[in-house]
Design a protein around this ligand. Sequence first.
Ligand SMILES: Cc1cc2nc3c(=O)[nH]c(=O)nc-3n(C[C@H](O)[C@H](O)[C@H](O)COP(=O)(O)O)c2cc1C
Length: 303
Amino acid sequence: MVDMSVRIAGVEFPNPVIAASGTYGNGECYTDLYPISKLGGISCKGMTIEPKLGNPPPRIAETYSGILNSVGLQNIGVHGFIDYYLPTLKEEGNVIIANVAGATVDDYIAAAEALDASSVDMIELNISCPNVKAGGATWGVTPEGASEVTRAVRNATSKPLIVKLTPNVTDITMIAKAVEAEGADAISLINTLLGMRIDIKTRRPILKNNMGGLSGPAVFPVAVRMVHQCYKAVNIPIIGMGGISTWEDAIEMMLAGACAVQIGTAIFSDPYSPLKVIDGIAEYMEKNDIKSLSEIVGQCQDW
Ligand SMILES: Cc1cc2nc3c(=O)[nH]c(=O)nc-3n(C[C@H](O)[C@H](O)[C@H](O)COP(=O)(O)O)c2cc1C
């Protein structure tokens, strides 16, 4: 047995493979297939302080090598999560990460305060949603917006804090540095890339929301590039995601600088994919006599 454990912000993960937010529900759909404790951790469905119905359908459009989604953060609210899902998740899972979104700073603070008093292991801040007071501009596209929300949540909780970055920016390192300066314990990236598809018969967008977020293998090279750039820019741990479907992808993401990975869209076509990635990494470590994942993380040498 190889040692696949990884420590992020003082939290011990038995292996570096985490289910990505919004693609694994709150674990409930998978418990019949396998013990969800096999995963290193679960980033739960993004939650807001009040329950949300999400966007009207269609909310998913297929693309080459991926999907576009505009689910719109459908969720039962932070208190619903704490009362209904969290007890089972804590019993059956490993590291439980609460993924939090908000339309105002006060929303984020209220969610963080409620979660601070709960048994979640970590908070992952989704800053890819619109800031209503900035006319709907996404928090995470400017260092100022990203800093404002990170600072507010940092002051509202002592839970380990991961800030999840949006790739819809010109220079991801500026955002990464800004949230590091405000006390983020780790960053995770990437969230989805803004995209659109049009039905040529109706001449209307396929998604009712017109635009949506692109994920899946199509975004993998973008994610690797951004993780590698951030690895060179910040000193906090990085959780890499975006298009990972195989153990080879996971190793590549680690070489770029990620100390752990999240798997999202791949789970829709193969719910066992996170387990296959875990087994593949273990086998790779054994074959190459790698004693610890730290021998891989960030080891890509630029030309
Ligand atoms: C249907 C769907 C719902 C998602 N919901 C959330 C969410 O609630 N919060 C969040 O931070 N990211 C959410 N994401 C983004 C994923 O967690 C992940 O960052 C992104 O899909 C890239 O990884 P992947 O290519 O492995 O899916 C969602 C993605 C999909 C496809």
